[in-house]
Design a protein around this ligand. Structure first.
Ligand code: SF4
Ligand code: SF4
Ligand code: SF4
Length: 502
């Protein structure tokens, strides 16, 4: 606006001209149009201002001639006015707009999983060798029956409430078709089927090609009700009411009209080119009683055959909220921590609203146990699960299972450039551009997801074996298996664990 460019490029493209053979692969691969061949100079050149550090060109350059480096150009050191704060002000002074961001917050908040250590058996309690002895990683999600039912002869009638069965305590979290590509969705659906777990439609409806994966699909009902119709509810194995999302608690969603094309528009049941705006609240939910009505409306619509999940963002009073949900008829509560990913959210919300999943989970599990209603629901936690060790710690803190999304996308090739909202994902994941979507081969993607989950499941078995525990059920809420390291009294109290050495 002022004619002055206040922003210096964040990344620099370093090209080793001794290696570059001017094959122009990088030019073809970069949807951000960073590279081009300069006829006058007879060599490849780059426009660093457009680079988002997605690493696509680096990975595909046949001669390893490229490197993307963080610029060493710097502002004068200031502990208060850090560089990103200054550049954000320049951006907003230029545009007057909300700064959008994608994926989970990159800010340095404590990661409590990294401040907890796991126990292992030594001498007095035997460890278990998972290669020689059975390890049960199967999990049933849903409310547990609290009454024993007997027939007229007094025999116990086996009975399970509506539930879903997972072969491993890991599910793929909600990512809508629209925010991610057809091929990414397909890879997730196929992997869930092969693994015996579940993927989640997110709020974008279910593409007609994916109805066949219904028994491994969780269908979501969000405030915008996109794609919700009887066949959709019927298709899924479980139904999820999305009340909130960890990356953007308290606000709705917005998929720009430019992404509402072809199949995405049909699947969402909205006209092409119209913005898909999910309101911040559900307009029919202002209390736990209202939530209960929607839960039972969904159960009624599906003949009481499917469990209902209520997904909420981890916020300050999450324990009280979860207590209400556990009494509302929900079968499963999903808690999404503030480090969770998103296709697009205002950066100010993503980076400042909500609480970490570890603290939320521990306080919810404790509250439900204290109130004697823990068995009313299963707990699924998500919001930046990065490894098998995170999963073991989450289960020991009280989770029945976890949701993963960012780590699944990383398995598909995502390099966490955090620009999904631009719709130009060079890895074919967060985009609807046909030329980019086809870069992700769903069959290879499926294999990579299956490999990741199998690897993590094997590691979970190893860790559990080391603890002398042979089932997820025995690990669940077993906080004696965790010790804090470098945590203060209050943090230890909320997590319900002792400090290392105690
Ligand atoms: S892909 Fe590598 S070798 Fe090919 S033009 Fe780009 S930098 Fe040069
Ligand atoms: S945006 Fe990605 S593909 Fe383009 S130059 Fe940067 S790292 Fe390479
Ligand atoms: S999905 Fe694509 S655009 Fe989004 S962070 Fe990953 S690589 Fe970047």
């Amino acid at each position: 606006m002022s004619g002055i460019n206040y922003l210096f490029p964040e990344y620099e493209v370093k090209r080793d001209y001794d290696r570059c053979i001017a094959c122009r692969v990088c030019e073809r691969q970069c949807a951000n149009e960073v590279h081009h061949f300069d006829d006058k100079r007879g060599k490849m050149v780059s426009d660093d201002t457009k680079c988002v550090c997605c690493q696509r060109c680096v990975s595909l350059c046949p001669t390893r001639a490229l490197k993307i480096v963080k610029t060493d150009n710097t502002f004068k050191t200031n502990a208060n006015w850090r560089e990103n704060m200054i550049t954000n002000i320049y951006r907003q002074a230029d545009t007057g707009g909300v700064l959008l961001a994608s994926m989970g917050t990159p800010k340095e908040y404590p990661v409590y999983f990294d401040k907890m250590l796991i126990n292992a058996s030594q001498v007095t309690n035997p460890s278990i060798d998972p290669l020689r002895e059975p390890m049960e990683t199967r999990v049933f999600l849903g409310s547990k029956e609290t009454k024993i039912i007997r027939d007229s002869d007094g025999r116990i009638v086996p009975h399970l409430n509506q539930h879903i069965e997972l072969s491993t305590p890991i599910m793929f979290s909600a990512m809508s078709y629209g925010s991610i590509s057809y091929n990414a969705h397909r890879a997730l659906a196929m992997a869930a089927e092969e693994l015996g777990t579940f993927y989640n439609t997110g709020e974008g409806g279910l593409h007609e090609d994916f109805y066949k994966y219904g028994k491994n699909t969780i269908v979501q009902v969000a405030s915008g009700r996109f794609g919700v119709k009887p066949e959709y509810l019927e298709a899924g194995a479980a139904l999820e009411i999305k009340m909130g999302q960890g990356a953007k608690p308290g606000i709705g969603g917005h998929l720009p009209g430019a992404k509402i094309v072809g199949d995405v528009s049909r699947t969402r049941m909205i006209p092409e080119g119209s913005d898909a705006i999910s309101p911040a609240p559900h307009h029919d939910i202002y209390s736990i009683e209202d939530l209960r009505q929607l839960i039972f409306a969904l159960k009624e619509a599906t003949d009481y055959k499917k469990p209902v999940i209520v997904k909420v963002a981890a916020v300050h009073n999450i324990a009280a909220i979860a207590s209400g949900i556990a009494r509302s008829g929900a079968d499963i509560i999903s808690i999404d921590g503030f480090r969770g990913g998103t296709g697009a959210a205002p950066a100010a919300i993503r980076d400042n609203v909500g609480i970490p999943m570890e603290l939320a989970l521990a306080s919810v599990d404790k509250r439900l146990r204290d109130e004697g209603i823990r068995n009313n629901v299963s707990l699924v936690v998500g919001g930046s699960i990065r490894s098998s060790a995170d999963i073991v710690k989450a289960i020991a803190l009280g989770a029945d299972a976890v949701y993963i999304a960012t780590s699944a996308l990383i398995a598909l090739g995502c390099h966490l450039c955090r620009t999904c909202h631009l719709g130009r994902c060079n890895w074919g994941i967060a985009t609807q551009r046909p030329d980019l979507v086809k870069r992700l081969n769903p069959n290879i993607g499926k294999e990579r997801l299956v490999n990741l989950i199998n690897a993590w499941t094997n590691e979970i078995k190893e860790i559990m074996g080391g603890m002398g525990i042979n089932s997820i059920e025995a690990l669940k809420g077993n906080r004696a298996m965790l010790r804090g390291i470098g945590l203060n009294e209050k943090e230890l109290e909320i997590l319900g664990i002792k400090h290392a050495g105690e």
